[in-house]
Design a binder for this molecule. Structure first.
Ligand code: NDP
Length: 399
């Protein structure tokens, strides 16, 4: 059905490349480009001769460089699995060269730990006028969690009252401290103030100040902390009847203790400091010291469980659904050489791209994933490695 260009050869990029290569009728020609060519070559070599992957080096902060690459490759679309800092430059290059766009995380300026959709939503008219599509947030959270909510809105409820998104990673990688995806992005997200949505307003909390206990299927009871997460911003806009929305994530005690110390000594700061005449950003230096998340696949054991508890009503009758996926780190590694956090992000990126390539979802404009028909995406999740459960929920989340 056409050529695809992936940008970013990290943990998620590896999974997207493997998954696209499994569908040669959809992704007839696959290109993988990133800042470090050797990482692309390593992934291409691992996928093998049956599914050739072309590789290229690119600096995705540089629009003319991106345009040259896109003009050479002539893809139908670009899958952006580099970092959130590159979202706007890649969108600019897609507009300039007339190709569709997909990503898994919203734009974040490098010098300010603030991720918001406003910068990407501002591209709406330009993409529409160019007849191009930009699909935002086609990972797991954001991504699958938004689709779970769209599925509940379509099949279970006339009106949704509240959503609690619960993300548990019970994987053990054997290191006292490491992050499961890009450490810089991960630590910026976790150290930010918490925020939840209630009656049309955002209520801010100190970082990780509110917690709850939740019994996660196949994992057991875990403490989960209230955090701000980007899918709530788009869902507050697109599902306006929602009264309350919260996001919860589990962390091990060891992770939190290390993070606390690192924060107290200034190692998580993004303010540059002068060290022996050279400017360094402490968080970027910390990233260089920590294990590369892509290298954790072989050692990570255990499961992830991510899902949504959704309360609503249909024909005047109130009920709650719990829709979730459980993934196993070792099974993911066996299939694509990556742990479950990369897998659960890379598979939905491939599925979003497939639904654009085969034109099931293709339409001009900038779209968040909950704005599209959830049915083909939900069906594809089961086929491509992320089976889900949709159950009646009797309990209560949080206070
Ligand atoms: P990694 O850090 O493992 O990989 C990022 C890749 O992007 C690396 O190959 C890196 O190259 C490349 N890159 C960085 N800057 C540039 C640049 N200027 N030009 C070209 N390539 C560049 O991150 P992950 O794979 O873990 O995450 C990828 C994306 O997925 C991130 O945006 C992350 O926020 C998102 N994500 C989304 C989730 C979701 O559920 N929605 C969950 C997890 C992640 P190099 O190797 O040279 O540094």
């Amino acid at each position: 059905m056409g050529t695809v260009l992936m940008i970013g050869a990290g943990g998620v990029g590896r999974v997207v490349a493997h998954k696209c290569a499994q569908l040669p009728k959809v992704f007839t020609n696959i290109w993988l480009a990133s800042r470090t060519l050797s990482k692309c070559d390593a992934i291409a070599a691992e996928i093998g001769r049956d599914h050739p992957i072309h590789t290229a080096q690119v600096d995705a902060d540089n629009v003319p460089e991106l345009m040259t690459l896109i003009e050479r490759v002539k893809p139908k679309m670009v899958i952006n699995v580099a970092l959130p800092y590159q979202d706007l430059t890649i969108m600019d290059a897609c507009l300039a060269t007339g190709v569709h766009y997909l990503d898994t995380a919203n734009y974040e300026p490098l010098d300010e730990a603030k991720f918001e959709y406003k910068w990407q939503w501002a591209y709406q008219e330009r993409f529409k006028e160019a007849g191009l599509m930009a699909l935002l947030g086609s990972g797991f959270d954001p991504g699958v969690t938004n689709v779970f909510c769209a599925h509940a809105a379509k099949h279970h409820f006339d009106r949704i009252h509240s959503i609690d998104i619960l993300d548990a990673n019970a994987g053990d990688h054997g290191h006292p401290f490491a992050t499961n995806f890009n450490p810089e992005i991960n630590i910026r997200e976790v150290s930010a103030n918490g925020r939840f949505y209630q009656h049309g307003k955002w209520i801010e909390t100190d970082p990780l100040a509110i917690s709850t206990r939740f019994d996660f299927p196949e994992i057991g009871e875990k403490k989960a902390y209230l955090m701000y997460h980007e899918e709530m911003e788009s869902m507050a806009r697109h599902l306006p009847e929602i009264e309350r929305m919260r996001f919860w994530m589990t962390f091990s005690d060891s992770y939190l203790q290390h993070l606390d110390v690192l924060k107290n000594i200034g190692m998580t700061s993004i303010e540059p400091i002068l060290y022996q005449g050279q400017e360094i950003v402490p968080l970027q230096f910390l990233k260089a010291l920590l294990p590369d998340p892509a290298s954790l696949g072989a050692s990570t054991k255990g499961k992830t469980c991510i899902g949504c508890v959704i309360n609503g009503e249909k024909d005047g009758k109130k009920s709650s659904r719990y829709i979730y996926n459980v993934s196993d780190h070792q099974s993911c590694f066996k299939e694509v050489n990556a742990q479950a956090v990369s897998y659960t992000t890379g598979v939905p990126a491939m599925i979003g791209a497939m639904l654009m390539m085969n034109e099931t979802w293709l339409k001009p404009g900038v779209w968040n994933i909950e704005q599209l028909d959830p049915d083909p995406f939900m069906a594809a999740l089961t086929v491509h490695g992320l089976p889900w459960q949709d159950t009646l929920f009797k309990g209560k989340v949080g206070a």
